[in-house]
Design a protein around this ligand. Structure first.
Ligand SMILES: *Cc1c(COP(=O)(O)O)cnc(C)c1O
Ligand code: SF4
Length: 368
């Protein structure tokens, strides 16, 4: 058995063990776990420093998960945008292809709780139906393999799927979404990477939520992927008491960029049943973007998005940098809150004498 499989097998999945380890009432733990299973790799468990820390909160069940008075099973209406099982086709030119129900560890805030953690393997006949759907839809030029975690499939099974998707002439790029580099970096083996690099252009989006997750092992796994020419992006979920502070997010984004991962999205937490305690106010995300843009490398600034409830897709939420727009000029606010003017091109009129475009308000008054 491969080393990563052995590590994965040693994951904590037992409610009793976890309850005694973290001093949680057993009955409470049983009730939560019967709704959404627990699994934590020994590697990730070893990174938890104490009960209630940001890594603990992501994977250890919390009694507040049982409070499901509102919020939804399927907040993004993925099931209604699913023409065949395991395909979510919402946007014109790309689709999700869910090829695994299992993950290395289970995030308590998971948007796909309703599907994930089901130990039943996805049937190969279902996978085949997904591939047939992609083949029959020439408008699909971007296929996102997701789940669960695609990288928990055996190399040969994964290759079999990627190869067939690659054979569709209209599929230009393949992406994989995976939290394995965070939860089980040992899975990123040389043979996996050798297989993946045969199917370029292939992108991987990873999922890190806290700077402490970027351990030397995780960074090494990311380096292997980057060395194989796989462009890496990161998706972070904004979570209360995990990463809802500009300082933590800045550190996370900077560590990612250093590991050759381009931060792609910060998601406002979806309205998933049993995750109310993870949700922040939307203003928090705006505050975080304001604290990043201009203050650190543009490469370290992702989009902050809300995946619209009901299936509207991802909508970017931006701090207000445009103060006003007229025929003559646009009034802008920079990252420090200072005001600047940019003059519009004046069609039909003679070129006026040059006005410095980055003039501060005072300088502008002098010129006029
Ligand atoms: C997120 C998502 C995508 C990919 O969106 P991008 O903005 O292109 O990364 C595609 N389909 C569905 C259903 C999604 O939720
Ligand atoms: S890794 Fe992704 S799919 Fe798996 S439990 Fe976490 S959020 Fe859900």
């Amino acid at each position: 058995m491969e080393k990563w499989r052995r590590i994965l097998r040693k994951s904590v999945t037992d409610a009793a063990e976890l309850a005694s380890r973290f001093d949680i009432p057993r009955e409470e733990m049983d009730r939560i776990v019967s709704q959404f299973p627990v699994q934590i790799t020994p590697y990730y468990l070893s990174l938890i420093k104490h009960k209630g820390d940001p890594l603990y909160r992501q994977v250890v069940p919390d009694v507040r998960e049982l409070d499901e008075s509102y919020l939804y099973q399927d907040p993004l209406a993925e099931d209604t945008h699913s023409p065949v099982p395991n395909i979510v086709h919402r946007y014109p030119d790309r689709c999700l292809f869910l090829i695994s129900h299992v993950c290395a560890s289970y995030c308590r805030f998971c948007t796909r709780k309703r599907k994930v953690g089901d130990s039943d393997k996805i049937k190969s006949s279902e996978i085949q139906r997904g591939i047939e759907y992609i083949k029959a839809h020439p408008e699909i030029r971007d296929v996102i393999l997701s789940g669960g975690d695609p990288l928990l499939l055996e190399d040969s099974k994964l290759e079999n799927i990627i190869k067939q998707v690659r054979q569709c002439e209209h599929v230009e790029i393949i992406r994989i979404g995976s939290r394995v580099p965070c939860f089980l970096p040992q899975r990123i083996t040389s043979s996996l990477v050798r297989m993946l690099k045969k199917y370029h252009p292939l992108y991987i989006n990873v999922h890190f939520n806290h700077p402490d997750e970027l351990t030397p092992q995780a960074v090494e796994a990311l380096a292997k992927l980057a060395d194989a020419g796989i462009p890496l992006g990161n998706q972070t979920v904004l979570l209360k008491d995990v990463n809802d502070s500009p300082e933590v997010m800045k550190k996370l984004m900077q560590k990612l960029v250093r590991a050759r991962v381009r931060p792609y999205y910060i998601y406002q937490a979806d309205m998933v049943f049993g995750t109310e305690h993870f949700r922040t106010r939307v203003e928090k995300g705006l505050e975080i973007i304001k604290a990043l843009r201009g203050w650190t490398s543009g490469l370290a600034v992702p989009y902050f998005v809300i995946d619209a409830p009901g299936g509207g897709g991802k909508i970017p939420i931006l701090p207000e940098y445009v103060v006003s727009v007229t025929d003559q000029e646009i009034m802008l606010r920079n990252y420090k809150g200072e005001i600047f003017f940019y003059r519009q091109p004046q069609e039909g009129t003679k070129q006026q004498e040059a006005v410095p475009e980055f003039a501060c308000p005072l300088a502008r008054d002098e010129i006029i």
